[in-house]
Structure formats: C-alpha cells, structure tokens
Design a protein around this ligand. Sequence first.
Ligand SMILES: NC(=O)c1ccc[n+]([C@@H]2O[C@H](COP(=O)([O-])OP(=O)(O)OC[C@H]3O[C@@H](n4cnc5c(N)ncnc54)[C@H](O)[C@@H]3O)[C@@H](O)[C@H]2O)c1
Length: 301
Amino acid sequence: MSKNINEGLNYENKMGNRLEGKVAIVTGGGAGIGEAISKKFAKEGAKVIVAGLPEDPVEDVVKGIQEEGGTATPFKGDLSSLAIAQTCVELAVKQYGKLDILINNAGTFPETNMLPDFTEEAFDYLLKNNIKTTFAMSRAALPELQKTKGNIVTAGSESGVLGIAQNAPYGGTKGFNHAFTKGLAAEQAQNGVRCNIVAPGPIDTGWTHKETGPMDKQMEKMVTQGTLMGRRGTPEEVANVYLFLASYEASYVTGAIWPVDGGTLIAKGPAGDQAADSMKQQPKDDLNLEHSKDSHTSIRK
Ligand SMILES: NC(=O)c1ccc[n+]([C@@H]2O[C@H](COP(=O)([O-])OP(=O)(O)OC[C@H]3O[C@@H](n4cnc5c(N)ncnc54)[C@H](O)[C@@H]3O)[C@@H](O)[C@H]2O)c1
C-alpha cells in the first residue's frame, strides 16, 4: 500500500491570520473555486466582498462565512460592466473602509466545439465574462489598491499557456489574462501594487464533469489523464495558492504565473494513468463548500 501524500495535511478547523485586517473582493465568489477562495480568505481574517452574477448564490457563501465567525458582504451584478465594477469597489470601501486585494476569479466555459462549429454567441460570452470582467474590475480597483499597496490575483489557466482543443477561444481568453496581468505588474510596481496569476489545471467544479458542464466523456477523461497526478484538483487546493499570492508571504512575487495543475504543464501523454494511488487521492477539504459544482457553464441571457 502506498502512503497517501496527503496524510498529515489536516486543514481541519485551521484558522490563520495571514490576511488579518485585509479587505478583499472575490469575483465569481458564489460557486466553484471562488467559493473556496472566499471561505479560505475569511478564515485567514480577511473581510470579503463575495461578488457574482445576480443568479449566483453569493448570499449563501456569505452566510456560511458568517456562521463560522468570519466577515463578508454579498455583491450582485455583471462585473464586465465598468459602472457595476465601480459600484462593487465602492461597496468594499463604504463597508470596510479600503480595498487591499482583488481576486479576478469570475469566468465561464460555455461550450466545447471544434472551431468551425464554435458559436459567435459563445465567443462573445467568453470575451465578456473572462476578459472584460478582469479589465473592468482591475481598472476600478487600482486607485484603491494603490492607496493600500495591495495586490491583484487573476484566474489564468494551463490552457492559457498550452491552448485547449475544442475550446480554443477559452484558452485564448486565459492567455489574455496572463499577458494583461504581466503588463499590469510592470506598470503598477511604481505604485506599490503586485499582480499575479493562478493557472489551474482541471479542477473539481462543474466544468470538468460531463453531467454538469460541456465536456463529453472523452474530454473529461483526457483532462484528468493529462495531469501527472491523475485527478482533478480541489477548489481548496487552488484557494491555497491564491491565499499565498495575496498574502505578505508573496511580497517578492509579481508578474508571475503560478500553475496549480497537478503537473499538467509538463505531462506528456496520459501520464495520470501512471500516478501513484496516493497522488490520485484528493485531500479532505475543510471549507464546507456548498456550491462547488454550481458552475456557470451555460449562456445566461
Ligand atoms: N474549473 C476548472 O477546471 C478551471 C481550470 C482553469 C481555470 N479555471 C478558472 O477559474 C475560475 C473559476 O472557475 P470555476 O470552475 O470555479 O467556475 P464556476 O462557474 O464554478 O464559477 C465562476 C463564477 O463566476 C461567475 N461569473 C461569471 N461571469 C461573471 C460576471 N460577468 N460577473 C460576475 N460574476 C461572473 C459565475 O456566475 C460563477 O459563479 C475561472 O476564471 C476559470 O477560467 C477553472
């Protein structure tokens, strides 16, 4: 029997103080990875604005945080609008007096199709929700982040480096976020603001399951086999890296792309088939995630 590498990795009831006194906005905070980031940050002492589309269960996430003694406020609106992004930032300042951290996590994965069949509607939807949200929220937040010498962490993806078959436009939007964030890091260092990317591989949200997202059985199998660890990452495993990059512990990190992908970027072929059983096991989460599969994978009118 191989030893589980996650043994001893017990998150249970672990409260920290790495974000004590900090105010954070988490976009797409009502589901999936964003729910995990919101709950993780609150556990580490941050006051969190949990922001999502009007249909997103952001109030539930806030309630869960408050029940565990944390501090959070919901915000609902389409964050690809500059005016709404501005209102979201104003809420953080009005409610908590400042803004230290912006997490640009909102995103969508509405369709999988070869390009000749890829719809213009899905392409426009990707531009709006994956790119314009990042632009609008970063633009609205920067004046406040400059005052606090804060930081931005944005959702990229391994597919923003490697591309992804049957969703080439999605990989393109993530490649935009990578270059955009590096550009911001370069220009905002003079204002004391750090900017970084978290680039996940296949994560255990609705996107990577054929029952809840647009991937078919074959694609679902390919993305997990294409990791060295032969499994999806958990939302909490991704949130842990957001926490590091947003905290003072990453004080010398800016303009960086941090893969959280189980080795996808260096895997060659179906490497996951060879992973040790211990690596294939997901660690036990500690965040009481209720909406990890409530993903936004269809086009909402
Ligand atoms: N799940 C994965 O395998 C994976 C892999 C790589 C990168 N990522 C990235 O991580 C992020 C989160 O992914 P997830 O799987 O948790 O998705 P998810 O669908 O579970 O959550 C994303 C949230 O963002 C919200 N959102 C989308 N557009 C918005 C807008 N215009 N305004 C406000 N909220 C908006 C959605 O409503 C949803 O609640 C995305 O940016 C995604 O590209 C995910």
